[in-house]
Design a protein around this ligand. Structure first.
Ligand SMILES: Nc1ncnc2c1ncn2[C@@H]1O[C@H](COP(=O)(O)OP(=O)(O)OP(=O)(O)O)[C@@H](O)[C@H]1O
Ligand SMILES: [Mg+2]
Length: 496
């Protein structure tokens, strides 16, 4: 099929963890100048395969070839062969500068001794410019947004000596406009003859970007071929075994009657980001808030959760007039932050601890029966089909999408009066999304309020009763959920 040699080839790779066979005879070949999509549901084995391909994990069996020659990969040999990985877990030294992070994998000494700070900044600046990232090389990394961190990692990967760039869900926490920019970079990288392996749960991205595909299911390779010869529907059935759809009709069961207001913003401002925003979320409804990058919706989410205080105006929870984080928690405000790595997870603690974290915090019961906790956590995870072998094991051993589901299970269990969700399904596969949408609806139908901050048109359309579109820190308009087509939302974002 291909005249050229594969830059990186995996042949019948196997890998087991103590409790699971994560890879069973999986093969994949990445060719220069082509994008290879790696697909599969949460826990299918995608990230594990990537770790094997980058020398981070040693396979139990199978072969790895670089330009046709068998090798034993270690992180060091993979790096010197030009294999670069953007892992699903962010790899950024938060206290270091942007420049230091971009050049993390480069020797710290230049040809004539130590590299100067200015030289470092210049070299990093060039790399950042290449991916269209307008970042200050001197800024500490912790000041960046999630999207900026993603670009930083991309800038690091796109070095001169890269031969194969592997991206594990690079768009999971990116905004629509940022995704477009990423695509442009991926195409440039591809056109320069680099092999790209691309993991995503968004099949539209795959259809747009990829040349070849491989589908994993339960650690086995179930399909592969040319993207030009497959349909989205076919890929979906390879991934999940049957039809799955994300439609409003499947999620909305009859209408709900909105009740009292449980949380409201009254002419609330936050610096220049949020300008005199008034909005109210009522019981029984899912209110979606959306908008383009920098529209202020993220700040509104943080105002509502009590994480930040308005510089003027008020945030009222259940009419309490107080908006501190503690008041919010006491009043039963649940908050699922967009950046789960930074705010939402205790990676070394068990799945039980992570699933019940909110509950423990709120009921303030320092001691509770471990057996019943285990049972409750297992129950919560079952509802969201979290793929796991033992709830008492560390959450670190779960796949990325399954970690996200555990955090969500945490908040859905608590039954908070108001649930604030910021990009709740980032990195989650399609069947789990549809289950999550049903649970979100149910939460509202049972008489609670849900405020959904999302930039995914399809998600908004499936779940929301009302949609507020923000622009330049203000509410640009409101759309009824059933009329919230991609087109309408987009028009409003642009101010058309
Ligand atoms: N360090 C580990 N210890 C134990 N089990 C692990 C470890 N890493 C992965 N697994 C298990 O291996 C299987 C495959 O996980 P992997 O992270 O490769 O999935 P994935 O396809 O990347 O999923 P996602 O879309 O959710 O990111 C899962 O059952 C997972 O729980
Ligand atoms: Mg993964």
């Amino acid at each position: 099929m291909h005249a050229t040699l594969a830059t990186l080839e995996l042949r019948k790779v196997q890998k087991s963890f103590p409790s699971v066979r994560a890879l069973k005879d999986v093969s994949l070949a990445a060719y220069p100048g082509r994008v290879h999509a790696l697909l599969g549901e949460n826990g299918a084995g995608k990230s594990t395969l990537i770790k094997v391909a980058s020398g981070a994990l040693q396979p139990d069996g199978g072969e790895i070839l670089l330009n046709g020659a068998p090798v034993r990969l270690t992180p060091r040999t993979a790096k010197s062969a030009g294999i670069r990985v953007l892992h699903q877990e962010r790899q950024i030294a938060l206290t270091r500068s942007v420049a230091e992070n971009v050049l993390l994998d480069r020797p710290t000494r230049g040809r004539f001794g130590l590299v100067t700070a200015g030289g470092l900044a210049r070299a990093a600046g060039e790399r950042l410019a290449r991916v269209g990232a307008d970042l200050d090389p001197h800024a500490p990394a912790w000041t960046l947004t999630v999207a900026q961190m993603q670009l930083l990692e991309l800038a690091r990967a796109v070095s001169d000596d890269a031969t194969c760039i592997i991206m594990d869900e690079p768009t999971a926490s990116l905004h629509r406009a940022e995704i477009e920019r990423l695509f442009t970079v991926v195409r440039q990288v591809r056109d320069s003859g680099i092999a790209v392996v691309y993991i995503s749960h968004h099949l539209d991205e795959v259809m747009e970007l990829a040349d070849d595909y491989t589908v994993l299911r339960d650690g086995s390779e179930v399909a592969s071929g040319l993207v030009s010869e497959v349909t989205t529907a076919r890929l979906v059935s390879h991934m999940f075994g049957d039809e799955v759809s994300l439609r409003r009709e499947d999620v909305h069961e009859g209408g709900t009657r909105p009740g009292d207001v449980v949380i409201e913003l009254d002419r609330a401002s936050f610096g220049g980001a949020v300008r005199s925003v008034s909005l109210a979320a009522r019981r029984g409804e899912v209110l979606a808030v959306t908008g383009a990058v920098g529209c202020g919706s993220r700040e509104v989410a943080h105002l509502m959760s009590g994480a930040i205080k308005p510089t003027s105006g008020t945030v009222r929870i259940l009419g309490s007039g107080r908006g501190s984080r503690r008041a919010a928690a006491r009043a039963g405000v649940g908050f699922l932050p967009a950046d789960r790595k930074r705010e939402g997870l205790l990676l070394d603690r068990s799945i039980v601890d992570n699933a019940l974290l909110a509950e423990n915090g709120i009921t303030r019961r320092p001691l509770f029966h471990p057996l019943s906790a285990t049972r409750r956590a297992a129950d919560a995870c079952r509802r969201l089909a979290v793929k796991l072998s033992d709830v008492r094991s560390p959450i670190r051993g779960l796949s990325g999408g399954n970690q996200q589901k555990v955090i969500l299970a945490r908040w859905l269990r608590v039954g908070s009066e108001v649930l604030i969700l910021d990009e709740p399904t980032a990195g989650v596969d399609i069947p789990s999304k549809s289950e999550i949408y049903r649970l979100i609806r149910q939460h509202a139908v049972e008489g609670r309020a849900v405020v959904l901050f999302s930039t995914e048109y399809q998600e908004i359309r499936c779940v929301a009763d009302r949609v507020l579109v923000m622009r330049d820190g203000r509410i640009a308009g409101e759309i009824e959920g059933e009329n919230a087509t991609e087109h309408r939302i987009f028009e409003m974002e642009l101010g058309a």
